[in-house]
Design a binder for this molecule. Structure first.
Ligand code: SAH
Length: 204
């Protein structure tokens, strides 16, 4: 998976590649799908949601430019797989999931793997998590037409916000960087995510 799907497509950060090689992805999917866990595609995780394709997880993580001491917000815990990758690369991960059953399942898998630097909140992630802001990086793992305003406010100076923006069928993965002069925007490629449902996303 790491060589064929990630290195061959241009993922370079050695720490990201190492994390992707280490976290047991099969534990984040239902046991009936375990033999497909490393396939080059998203897979269903119940509740009509999906675990992201390995390449997309690596691309978003690399774009976040994490360094050990940093604090990250993830919107859309889902299976918890992206959460685990992030947890190995920074100090603390704060992750928000709106579907209770998914949050509970992800928590159990992450506890089983001893990821004690992850906090999960059940609620609307488009509001962010102001008690723990500002964040060095914010990853949104669901698509929305517009940038959720509260997330911009919770980004640290120099912080990176990685988010798929677009309509229901296709989005562009964007990176926004907070600089002294405002927000710098960069496109990282086309993608297709499930909908971000919430106050500053698609209507729920
Ligand atoms: N990173 C996850 C992706 C899961 S799919 C993984 O690889 O497993 C996106 C997730 O975002 C879904 O679980 C969905 O329930 C969640 N979601 C959608 N809108 C949300 C919102 N406003 N706040 C928090 N989570 C949300």
């Amino acid at each position: 998976m790491v060589q064929e799907q990630l290195v061959n497509r241009g993922i370079k950060d050695p720490q990201v590649l190492q994390a992707m090689g280490k976290v047991p992805r099969h534990l984040f999917v239902e046991s009936a799908l375990a033999d497909r866990a490393h396939d080059d595609e998203p897979l269903p995780i119940g509740e009509r949601q999906t675990i992201s394709q390995p390449y997309m997880v690596a691309l978003m993580t690399e774009a976040a430019e994490l360094r050990g001491e940093q604090k990250v917000l993830e919107v859309g815990t889902g299976s918890g797989y992206q959460t685990a990758i992030l947890a190995g690369l920074c100090l603390n991960v704060f992750s928000i999931e709106k579907i209770h059953a998914l949050a509970v399942k992800a928590r159990a898998v992450l506890d089983g793997l001893s990821y004690y630097n992850v906090a999960i909140h059940i609620g609307d992630g488009t509001l962010g998590w102001s008690e723990h802001a500002p964040f060095d990086a914010i990853l949104v793992t669901a698509g929305t037409p517009e940038l959720p305003r509260p997330l911009i406010g919770q980004l640290a100076s120099g912080g990176r916000l990685i988010i798929p923006l677009g309509d229901e069928r296709s989005q562009v993965l964007k990176r926004f960087r907070r600089t002294a002069s405002g927000l710098e925007e960069e496109g990282l490629g086309d993608c297709r995510f499930v909908k971000l449902l919430g106050r500053y996303g698609w209507p729920d």
